[in-house]
Ligand binder design. Structure first.
Ligand SMILES: [Zn+2]
Length: 250
């Protein structure tokens, strides 16, 4: 039966450089590079891509980031975006993929332009906020591209067999979600920005910015409970853990 369990493959879709304090409350002004992952989840009934990394324009510099260019320096090679990474794993980026978005910040939606035939699954709260909110943290040109969008409210089982499911983890943004995948080696939660680093589970230090810090703490508590129960938690932007997963897929 385990041969039919979904697999998770880490895709390197660029890195960003910023001051440590951008990502952690009380952090220093030291520079830190952090990975921008996308995750290919392969289920017998179809391919799912969880988050889609940086926009290809960022290989030419930070200009298209607008005000965010003051904070983040992109490190992206030409050919280092999600479409190329999928092709490297024999997945056609123009096929009818399912893209699950954790949220609509630029480092999670930039590659959508390369996946024109994908169906997008996102929490309705996030989609409404991102498409109507003038907040500079959302750049609509990255995600309002005419995709077929399924806006969900709460948990959502993608294939009806419990192996791949969206789970709400609000707080970083109003409609942030994570993806729970039951692999042959056990359950895994791709946490995205509900948990930036591996040590976040232990120290509980949150990013400087966030939609709702109480919600963020509650989402982190849920991840801790899952972790205590034997679920592997994959943080969103942890360089060391990401490098390990690139070398040895889950
Ligand atoms: Zn992020």
């Amino acid at each position: 039966m385990y041969s039919l369990a979904p697999t998770i493959t880490a895709l390197d879709c660029g890195w960003l450089r910023t001051q440590r304090r951008t990502l952690t409350q009380g952090g220093s002004t030291d520079q830190l590079s952090f990975p921008i992952p996308s995750w290919l989840v392969q289920h017998p009934q179809g391919n799912v891509v969880f988050d889609v990394g940086l926009h290809p324009d960022l290989a030419d510099g930070a200009e298209s980031l607008g005000p965010m260019a003051k904070i983040f320096a992109p490190q992206l090679e030409h050919g280092g975006t999600v479409a190329h990474r999928l092709a490297e794993h024999d997945v056609d980026p123009l096929s009818n993929l399912t893209v699950v978005l954790s949220h609509c910040h630029f480092d999670h939606v930039g590659g959508l332009c390369e996946l024109p035939n994908a169906r997008v699954i996102i929490q309705a709260d996030e989609w409404v906020a991102a498409t109507s909110d003038p907040d500079i943290s959302y750049d609509k040109s990255l995600f309002e591209l005419g995709h077929d969008v399924l806006a969900i409210a709460g948990a959502h089982d993608l294939f009806g067999d419990g192996t791949v499911a969206c789970i709400p983890t609000p707080g970083h943004t109003c409609g942030h979600q994570s993806l729970r995948v039951v692999t042959a080696n056990g359950p895994v939660i791709l946490a995205a920005d509900a948990c930036y680093f591996g040590h976040t589970l232990d120290d509980g230090i949150l990013p400087q910015f966030g939609y709702d810090f109480d919600q963020q703490r509650a989402s982190l508590d849920m991840l801790r409970r899952e972790h205590a129960g034997g679920t592997a938690i994959v943080p969103g932007h942890d360089a060391e853990i990401f490098r390990r997963l690139l070398a040895a897929p889950l």
